[in-house]
Design a protein around this ligand. Structure first.
Ligand code: HEM
Length: 447
C-alpha cells in the first residue's frame, strides 16, 4: 500500500443494506461471519460497511490480506483499533505505550514464548493434562467447551505465573479474571470508559490483580537466585533500552495481555479439534494410528517428542481453517492510503477476516468440508489463522505445542463420540473469540 496522491482514486464499493444511524451494526451483531462473507461476495476485494458511524473497509483475498498484515503500524494502527484493551491490560501497557516502549514490551512478550521456556511449558502442560484426566474413569460424558476453558486457564496460569501461583490459584483469582473478561464485551469497543457496572468491576479487578502479582514479584526479588523458567521470570528480567526494568504495572499488563491472547484461542481450538475428531472417525483413525506409533510407552510427553506429529498437525490446521478463533482483525487508518488505485481514507477502519479467507473456494475447494488431506494453497496469505507479517501470533508455537500435547495424551487413552446430533455443534460467534456452541457434549471411553 502506498501513500495516496489523491488523483483519480476510486472509493471502496459500499455494502448494501445500510440503516440510518446504526449502519450495518444490526446485521453484523446477528452473525458477523455471515455478514463478512456477504460483504466479500457483493463487493469483492474491498468492501466498505458502516459500524454505527465507523466506516470499515473489509480487505479480502491474498493480495489485500498481505497488504493488511505488512503495512506499518504508523499507517495502519492496531493501537487505535484495540483501545478497549487499555483498561484491561493497564495504562502504559502495549496499545497504550509510546511506540518504542510498545515495541520492547512486545519483544519481551515474544521472548517469554520462545525456545528457552518452551521445554518447561511442555512439561507443565503434560502434567496439567494428566491431572485433568486422572479422575475420568473408564467412561463418561463432559461438556468439552467448558472443560477446555478450565484446562487452558490452568496451563496458562502455570506457564505464565509459575507453579507456586498455580497451586495457590484461588477462587478470587478466577473471579478477577472473569471480571476482566467481561470488561472486553463488544460495548467496550464503542467506549471503554462509560459509567457501567461491568467497567467498574473491570477496574477493581485490574487493581486487585496487580496487588496479587506484585506480591509474587516481591517474593521473587527476595529470592533472586531461584530459576523459574516461566513467563513472569522473562517479563521481570526484560529491560528497556535505557536498562530500566518493567514496572509492576507493566509486568501485570503483559501477564494479562498474554493470558487474553492465548486462553480462549486455545480452548476454542481444542474443543473444535475434539468435535471434529468425533465427527470424522475415518480421518481421526489416521491420526490415532500416528499417535499410537509415535508414543509407544507411557513416558511423559516432552517438548522433543511433541515436535513432529505431522498428521495431528495437519488435522489441527484444518480445524483452524474452518474454525479460526480470531475471526476478524482490525486496524485504524492513520493516513490516506492508495490500495491499487482505491483511496482508503484516514480515520476509517480496515479489517481482515480469517473466517472469510478460509472459505474462499479458489483456495479451499468445497470449503465447508473437513478434509485434512486438502492441498495447501500456494500463497502464504490465504490461510491466516495466526495472522501474518510483523505482528503474527507470538504464541503460535506455544499454541500448537499445547494442542499436540493435549491430543497426544487424550487419543492414546480414550475414544470420543458426539452426544448430540452432528449439526447441533455450530460456531458460536457471539463473543470476541470463536468457540463451539454450548453445550458441546462428548462421550469418552477408555481404549
Ligand atoms: C490456536 C491458538 C491461537 C490463534 C489462532 C491465535 C491467533 C492470533 C492472531 C490472528 C494474531 C494477530 C492479531 C492481529 O494481527 O491483529 C495473534 C497475535 C498474538 N497472539 Fe495469538 N493465537 C493463538 C494462541 C496464542 C497463544 C497461546 C498465545 C500466548 C500464550 C498468543 C499470543 C499472541 C500475542 C502476544 C499476539 C500479538 C503479537 C503482536 O502484537 O506482535 N496467541 N494471535
Amino acid at each position: 500500500m502506498t501513500e495516496a496522491a489523491h488523483v483519480d482514486l476510486k472509493l471502496p464499493p459500499k455494502v448494501s443494506g445500510e440503516k440510518p444511524d446504526i449502519g450495518h451494526m444490526e446485521e453484523f451483531g446477528v452473525n458477523f461471519a455471515k455478514f463478512l462473507l456477504r460483504c466479500n461476495q457483493e463487493c469483492g476485494e474491498l468492501a466498505e460497511f458502516n459500524m454505527g458511524g465507523q466506516q470499515t473497509v473489509l480487505m479480502s483475498g491474498p493480495d489485500a490480506q498481505e497488504a493488511f498484515f505488512k503495512t506499518l503500524d504508523s499507517k495502519l494502527s492496531r493501537a487505535a483499533s484495540y483501545q478497549a484493551t487499555v483498561p484491561v491490560f493497564g495504562r502504559g501497557v502495549i496499545f497504550d505505550a509510546p511506540p518504542e516502549k510498545m515495541k520492547t514490551q512486545l519483544k519481551i512478550q515474544v521472548d517469554a514464548l520462545r525456545y528457552q521456556n518452551m521445554k518447561n511449558y511442555a512439561a507443565v502442560i503434560a502434567e496439567e493434562v494428566d491431572q485433568w484426566i486422572a479422575e475420568w474413569g473408564d467412561e463418561g460424558e463432559l461438556d468439552f467447551a467448558d472443560e477446555f476453558i478450565r484446562l487452558t486457564l490452568h496451563t496458562a496460569c502455570h506457564c505464565l505465573l509459575g507453579k507456586d501461583f498455580r497451586l495457590r490459584m484461588t477462587d478470587e483469582f478466577k473471579r478477577l479474571y472473569h471480571d476482566l473478561e467481561k470488561g472486553l464485551q463488544a460495548i467496550a469497543f464503542v467506549d471503554p470508559y462509560m459509567q457501567q457496572p461491568i467497567f467498574e468491576a473491570r477496574d477493581n479487578a485490574r487493581a486487585r490483580l496487580q496487588e496479587l502479582i506484585s506480591d509474587i514479584i516481591a517474593e521473587r526479588r527476595a529470592n533472586s537466585d531461584k530459576v523459574y523458567g516461566d513467563a513472569l521470570e522473562t517479563f521481570m528480567s526484560g529491560t528497556y533500552k535505557d536498562g530500566s526494568f518493567l514496572t509492576d504495572n507493566e509486568v501485570t499488563g503483559l501477564v494479562i495481555a498474554t493470558m487474553f491472547a492465548g486462553h480462549h484461542t486455545s480452548s476454542g481450538t481444542a474443543a473444535w479439534t475434539l468435535i471434529e475428531i468425533a465427527r470424522n472417525p475415518q480421518q481421526a483413525a489416521e491420526v490415532v494410528a500416528e499417535v499410537d506409533a509415535l508414543f509407544t510407552d507411557d513416558q511423559p510427553l516432552s517438548f522433543e517428542s511433541l515436535r513432529e506429529i505431522p498428521k495431528l498437525e495437519r488435522f489441527i490446521e484444518e480445524v483452524l481453517r474452518i474454525h479460526p478463533p480470531l475471526v476478524l482483525l482490525m486496524r485504524r487508518v492513520m493516513e490516506d492510503i492508495d490500495y491499487n488505485g482505491t483511496l482508503i481514507a484516514e480515520g476509517k477502519t480496515v479489517a481482515a477476516s480469517t473466517y472469510g479467507s478460509h472459505r474462499n473456494p479458489d483456495f479451499f475447494p468445497d470449503p465447508e468440508k473437513f478434509d485434512f488431506h486438502r492441498e495447501k494453497p500456494d500463497t502464504l496469505w490465504a490461510f491466516i489463522p495466526f495472522g501474518g507479517g510483523p505482528h503474527k501470533c507470538a504464541g503460535n508455537a506455544f499454541a500448537l505445542m499445547q494442542l499436540k500435547s493435549i491430543f497426544a495424551a487424550l487419543l492414546r487413552r480414550y475414544t470420543f463420540e458426539l452426544v448430540d446430533p452432528s449439526d447441533s455443534y455450530q460456531d458460536d460467534l457471539s463473543a470476541m473469540v470463536l468457540k463451539p456452541s454450548s453445550p458441546s457434549r462428548l462421550r469418552y471411553r477408555r481404549r
